[in-house]
Write a protein that binds this ligand. Sequence first.
Ligand code: BV8
Ligand code: ZN
Length: 256
Amino acid sequence: MASDVELDRALERAAVRLATARRVCVLTGAGVSAESGVPTFRASDGLWEGHRIEDVASPFGFQRDPRLVWNFYNARRANVRTVKPNPGHHALVQIENRWGDQFTLVTQNVDGLHRVAGSKNLLEIHGSLYRTRCTGCQEVVDRGLETLDALPLCHCGEMLRPDIVWFHENLPVDIWDAAQMAAHECDVLLVVGTSAVVHPAASLIPIAKRGKSPGATVIEINLTPTEASSFADIGLYGPSGQVLPKLVERLGALSS
Ligand code: BV8
Ligand code: ZN
């Protein structure tokens, strides 16, 4: 992690650049929820109860063993029931309040914590733990986070699945188009708490970099450098629950 002096200097540069932004886009991953107590994917080295997450969070995994997949998602719903947004989520709401409709938050997370914190212009590109989708009639229902049956069925009799984008599945077209547009149009992209390994989400970073000329300034907020770092103009290395509020504070000081 960066020394306090390095982080201080980088925070000042980031705040000065952000203060002049016309359009702001943010891409978040599991790291932004880590300080709320939601486990990240890489921390569990991509495993859940000995299963590779790519195998459990996939249509093949669901076909093979729907009960196992629902155990995985019921366990995550139970975890998210016990957590709340952290200061990093709230800082992103403050940034949104300043830029209004010139702000877009794109999240890979399915924990709903940005929505609970009050984020409005939010694109949940990988779906949500709160919603189920019927494998038969395709009905989508927001069921909150109560625990569902081990094998929940729709009123039409068919099996329910989480309304989540699994590996090897396409992202919802309208949401993905909006996310690409927001990345292309922004002049500052904050990349927060993502290993930038999963595609196409990670491609939003080069899209922003090469977007509307002269291309966005990319500011990475993470504990460590990642796949995104080669695109980053500024790196703020520390816990996002601490770094984001400091960035908002610096921003405020610049405009007072
Ligand atoms: C697709 C929902 C087209 C599930 C998720 C081979 C065959 C087929 C496809 C592929 C293939 N190889 C690659 C692919 C594409 C694949 C992919 O990218 N795979 C990866 C593993 C290489 N992508 C797909 O399949 C996508 N669809 O390509 O469709 C297609 C169609 C058919 C056939 C082929 C292609 C769909 C991807 C969506 C998958 N669903 N989520 C669920 O959540 O249950 S992705 C999942 O990973 C989560 O959404 C998660 O958010 C996301 C990414 O992980 P991160 O958020 O970055 O989390 P991670 O743990 O990795 O990192 C945390 C970071 O936070 C770290 O950097 C850490 O340092 C940092 N951190 C920790 N604490 C803090 C912190 N930072 C700051 N503060 C802290 N306190
Ligand atoms: Zn149905």
